[in-house]
Design a protein around this ligand. Structure first.
Ligand code: NCD
Length: 292
């Protein structure tokens, strides 16, 4: 039984196949490869893109999808998450796609070996399908030349599971990763770090902007995010005529993370990431439920 808790659950060959399949699905939708498969989505945190993207991906492949809304489920009557999960597994799904505020929830459930568990975002630890769709979007632009390119991750890095999973995957793929953030948003690791994008921007090929994860801050970190934006908002002015690709996992805080004008620019691939998310999740579901 193959799970996806983080991208290190996948071999190099599996990652290469996922990218290849996503590319081919984007060119032409495949037949219903997952006909008669059943997936259950269980999202304990809000989601716009990830949940609908998984559902669209599964349905594009002919699978059935059932969504359990935890706010209306028996977790509200005191049932434990473990019991909720085991009850869902008794219905015989081929996979459960879960998002949860705790870093170790998907792993704990996967260890029961009842169904394939797919992590759709856990705490600030991992969001593997986002990392893979971001990597796919970069590979589309740079091809094999992606190795040795430089990505600058800008924003609330310490709270971000997108950053954690991204950093692990991008480093593995030979990409140089630089972190740009004010001190309270900076994680403790041995990557290259800068407080100002300007200090390193000439070496950057890709910028990944991140939202301040206010819901994960125990106390407010900045009083005024407009002040923060003066230094960290990705604007056309900041990029100048440099050919830098701009990514963001969404939701974008307009004019704090990325300016309105920059969001309209062809260098900004935010909606391309969303489009690619469907194809990469189709490829991931195929990998986990058919190929493994
Ligand atoms: C992110 C998440 O929930 O981890 N969004 C996403 O899945 N695309 C990022 C965020 O909430 O800021």
């Amino acid at each position: 039984m193959q799970h996806l808790i983080d991208t290190n659950d996948l071999s190099d060959k599996q990652i290469a196949n996922i990218i290849k399949d996503a590319k081919s699905f984007k060119k032409q939708l495949p037949p219903a490869l997952l006909k008669n498969k059943l997936l259950i989505t269980l999202f304990f945190e809000n989601s716009t893109r990830t949940r609908s993207s998984f559902e669209v991906a599964a349905k594009r492949l002919g699978a059935m999808v059932v969504h359990l809304d935890p706010s209306k489920s028996s977790t509200k009557k005191g049932e434990t998450l473990s019991d909720t999960f085991e009850n869902l597994c008794a219905m015989g799904p081929d996979g459960v796609i879960i998002r949860h505020e705790y870093n170790n929830t998907p792993k704990k459930l996967a260890n029961k070996e009842l169904t394939s568990v797919i992590n759709a975002g856990a705490g600030n630890y991992a969001h593997p399908t986002q990392a893979l769709l971001d990597y796919f979007t970069m590979v589309e632009e740079f091809g094999d030349d992606i190795k040795n390119r430089t990505i600058a991750i800008v924003g609330d890095i310490v709270s971000s599971r997108v950053a954690s999973s991204g950093i692990r995957l991008f480093k593995r793929m030979g990409i140089r990763v630089i972190l740009i953030a004010p001190q309270p948003f900076m994680p403790d690791n041995n990557l290259e770090k800068y407080e100002n994008l300007e200090d390193i921007i000439d070496e950057v090929d890709i910028i990944m902007s991140l939202r301040a994860q206010l819901e994960r801050h125990k106390a407010p970190i900045f009083e005024d995010y407009n002040e923060y934006a003066k230094k960290y908002c990705i604007t056309k002015e900041r990029l100048g005529d440099r050919n830098i690709m701009v990514l963001h996992p969404g939701p974008v805080m307009r004019n704090i993370d990325i300016s309105d004008e920059m969001l309209e620019d062809s260098k900004c691939k935010v909606l391309e990431q969303v489009k690619n998310g469907v194809f990469i999740r189709m490829a991931i579901l195929k990998c986990l439920l058919l190929d493994s």
